[in-house]
Write a protein that binds this ligand. Structure first.
Ligand SMILES: Nc1ncnc2c1ncn2[C@@H]1O[C@H](COP(=O)(O)OP(=O)(O)OP(=O)(O)O)[C@@H](O)[C@H]1O
Length: 265
């Protein structure tokens, strides 16, 4: 049994997808992320929780270099994916973002058809050689996002005409269409009703069979429901990172305990 446990632990460590070490983020003079080191597991849902302004979204955006698009933002430290430095000047951020996809708080489909929303990424990354290839990618992505059955008869209709929950699943289909390895989700359910939220949560659980998923959420219930690992941020620090069950039942740091029991935040 001990041997088995040792093997499981070793497997755990070799399954790190993204490794961040000593990450600092500044917006001009504001020091938003302070010396954060964390290993994000493959085929795992990792939740980032913490009070408003603690740096969850900022740190999430470091993982696909989305902060590059903010002029005053500086990122220091090291972030590797599969051992490769994602901030290496030879890494093309556009290619990186195809591998590390992102879903935002507010569903933001392009003003295009449902089909074209999903086909857009594969087209610019040259993932389909023929129309049949593209049809196959679009169908597979919509199926993976649990949306195919609802839209298969109206692929030419505008994506913006779908309900909020459907639009968010369309955005997930768009993100998975470029065959990413990691999906970053920044409060993906905050604009959705409870039924649409439950659908997205179910989907997240399925997506982790194939991807590493990182989700920022304000809802501790959601973190507890969907994630296996939870990171608690406070004032730019990563205070605690552990199995989700541990964080919610036996937090090691008093700040984590205060937050999950509703005393800070
Ligand atoms: N584009 C920006 N320009 C300047 N400062 C920013 C920018 N984005 C975030 N900040 C600052 O960085 C800090 C962390 O913000 P961030 O949005 O990452 O926190 P958060 O934990 O995701 O917050 P919330 O839960 O409210 O979304 C805050 O002090 C915020 O004001």
């Amino acid at each position: 049994m001990d041997d088995l446990r040792r093997i499981e632990r070793t497997t755990d460590m070799s399954d790190t997808k993204i490794s961040a070490k000593g990450v600092q983020v500044y917006y001009a003079e504001t020091h938003a992320i302070k010396d954060v080191s964390v290993d994000i597991g493959d085929k795992t849902v990792t939740a980032f929780i913490g009070p408003s302004g603690c740096g969850k979204s900022t740190f999430l955006r470091c993982l696909n270099r989305m902060n590059d698009t903010i002029d005053i933002c500086r990122v220091q430290g090291s972030i590797t994916m599969d051992g490769q430095d994602i901030y290496d000047p030879r890494v093309d951020p556009v290619q990186l973002r195809a591998k590390v996809g992102m879903v935002f708080q507010k569903p933001n489909p392009f003003p295009k058809s449902i089909y074209d929303n999903v086909a857009y990424g594969p087209k610019i990354h040259g993932l389909a050689r023929t129309k049949a290839d593209m049809d196959q990618i679009v169908e597979a992505s919509l199926r993976r996002a649990a949306l195919w059955n609802e839209v298969k008869d109206r692929l030419d209709a505008p994506g913006t005409g779908l309900s909020g929950g459907q639009q968010q699943r369309l955005c997930i289909a768009r993100a998975v269409a470029t065959a990413p390895e990691v999906l970053l989700m920044d409060e993906p359910c905050s604009a959705l009703d409870p039924i649409a939220t439950a659908q997205i949560e179910e989907l997240i659980d399925e997506l982790r069979q194939q991807f590493s998923v990182v989700i920022v959420t304000h809802s501790m219930q959601q973190a507890a429901r969907v994630s296996q690992k939870t990171a608690f941020f406070h004032l730019g620090h990563l205070v605690e990172f552990n199995e989700t069950d541990q964080i919610f039942t036996n937090p090691q740091d008093p700040r984590t305990e205060s937050y999950i029991t509703g005393r800070i935040g």
